[in-house]
Design a protein. Structure first.
Length: 493
């Protein structure tokens, strides 16, 4: 199915730019050919088969894209891993998902510690060290000579695992099939009218659901062009937006705020059709600042890893949390604590159903039954539908920290803090910084001579950088109620 899409694009538009990443430029025909070469390497050299698990530990780059499409065509499952993860986190995912092969770059290998040197599995593939044949091959000849195996990629077979935070202190695994990926792309793509003339700037990491599905998968299957940034640099990003005549940018409040902060001259973004902000609430002040600086309106996009795209705020709205009407093939219900549907303008918990929604989490039956019921997903957000059907998000029920669009489970950080000998107890929460963005705060009961510096040093060796507390407060005791639960109103005041 995915081969059919790439093959059709390669034959119909062989010279059209598919990907630009720095000095590298690939047409759709070249993308298809590279995909076929990687597929041949995986099947013939590594004996990868349907159902095998392949991790992509890569930045946003061409290697990521054709590795995914190669694995999907085989019927293998791709697992994008956050390139900020440290060795213990990487070991956890490798074991949890049963990863057989890890595709990465040589400069990232050090983050895996001794695993690549001392352990036979998983097998590491260094894409930047491989040499590919340079023979002149055409996509149409490859389509004829290498038909896809009928028992490999199927519409309802898992081809992607995405990792998301959960309430147990360890992430949940979200399983995606081609059918779910295509449905999500259609729901958002039709709303934005994405077409082959669009040019997407991909700065949101592909290991993030928003980056993978909306910034990479959507434009590829629509035949649009992708400009990739391996790492976020706001000043470089402004130049790329202007020079590459980008038409669609999907980012986060942190990204848009950073662009405003470093704009030291006027920029011409006349080609821009949409700027979408996702992952966290978009402050009205930031929305105004971005428009005043660049003359471009930022639209709020609401979605979840479990459901795919949910809504886009196309109408002008200044209030925080106004995220627009649900997209086609998406249904939203607002329920009270007893599960009764609430009328318009009344706040309750947001439940979502969509054609791109998963059925549950990998090997987590209890969590799945809690989160999914009656064909709907319990988002954990509080909100309401107004009289015109627009969704407004007003708060969150779950204690997940939303830092720059990345969901972080405070339980995982607390568990790490408790490993430090001087820490007796800890509570982790999210607080707003001066920009209105959420950062991590750790409230700690510790030995009298314990310092914030040594806490950060301890965490730095065990947690990804974005999980390290930015603010640390020491207190004598953490208040709890009669059930032993932390009294959040007291500890967070």
């Amino acid at each position: 199915m995915l081969k059919d899409v790439l093959g059709a694009l390669a034959v119909a538009h062989p010279l059209k730019q598919a990907i630009r990443c720095g000095d590298l430029m690939l047409t759709y025909e070249e993308l298809f050919i590279m995909k076929d070469r990687v597929k041949k390497y995986l099947t013939e050299e590594l004996r990868i088969q349907k159902g095998d698990k392949i991790a992509l530990y890569l930045p946003n780059c061409a290697d990521f894209i054709y590795s995914f499409f190669s694995a999907a065509e085989i019927g293998a499952v791709t697992i994008p891993l956050n390139t900020n993860f440290k060795e213990n986190e990487l070991r956890y995912y490798t074991s949890k998902c049963g990863i057989k092969t890890i595709i990465t770059h040589s400069d990232l290998l050090v983050r895996w510690g001794q695993m690549p040197l001392k352990e036979k599995t998983p097998y590491f593939v260094l894409m930047d060290q491989l040499e590919w044949p340079t023979a002149d091959i055409k996509a149409d000849s490859l389509l004829k000579s290498s038909p896809i195996s009928p028992d490999a990629e199927t519409i309802d077979s898992d081809i992607l695992y995405l990792c998301t935070s959960g309430s147990s202190g360890r992430p949940k695994i979200i399983q995606k099939t081609p059918a779910l990926l295509f449905a999500g792309a259609e729901n958002l793509g039709s709303a934005l009218d994405v077409n082959s003339q669009d040019r997407f700037l991909c700065v949101t990491p592909f290991f993030h659901a928003n980056g993978f599905e909306n910034c990479m998968f959507l434009p590829i299957i629509k035949g649009a062009s992708l400009v990739l940034m391996r790492e976020f640099s706001p000043r470089s990003m402004l130049d790329v937006l202007e020079q590459e005549e980008i038409t669609v940018l999907i980012g986060s409040p942190f990204i848009f705020s950073s662009l405003c902060d470093c704009a030291d001259r006027s920029y011409e973004f006349s080609a821009m059709r949409y700027c979408l902000s996702a992952g966290a609430s978009l402050p009205a002040k930031l929305k105004k600042n971005f428009y005043d600086t660049f003359g471009i309106k930022v639209r709020e996009h609401y979605g979840a890893s479990e459901t795919g795209p949910i809504s886009v705020q196309f109408e002008d709205a200044d209030e925080i949390g106004a995220v627009g009407k649900p997209l086609n093939n998406v249904r939203v219900r607002i329920l009270d604590k007893e599960g009764r549907q609430l009328p318009p303008e009344v706040t309750g918990e947001v439940f979502v159903s969509s054609t791109s929604m998963i059925k549950g989490y990998l090997d987590e039956p209890e969590l799945s039954s809690e989160a999914f019921s009656g064909g709907y997903f319990k988002t954990g957000d509080f909100g309401m539908l107004d009289s015109e059907g627009n969704l407004h998000i007003v708060g969150r029920n779950k204690a997940i920290i939303n830092s720059a669009g990345i969901k972080i489970d405070p339980a995982e950080i607390r568990n790490t803090l408790l490993l430090y000998p001087k820490v007796k107890d800890a509570y982790v929460t999210g607080v707003k910084n001066r920009r209105g963005m959420e950062i991590i705060k750790a409230i700690i009961v510790a030995h009298p001579d314990c310092t914030a510096k040594e806490i950060v040093t301890f965490c730095r060796d065990r947690l990804a950088a974005f999980k390290i507390p930015r603010h640390i407060e020491f207190i004598e005791t953490i208040p709890v109620d009669v059930m032993g639960k932390v009294i959040r109103s007291l500890v967070e005041e």
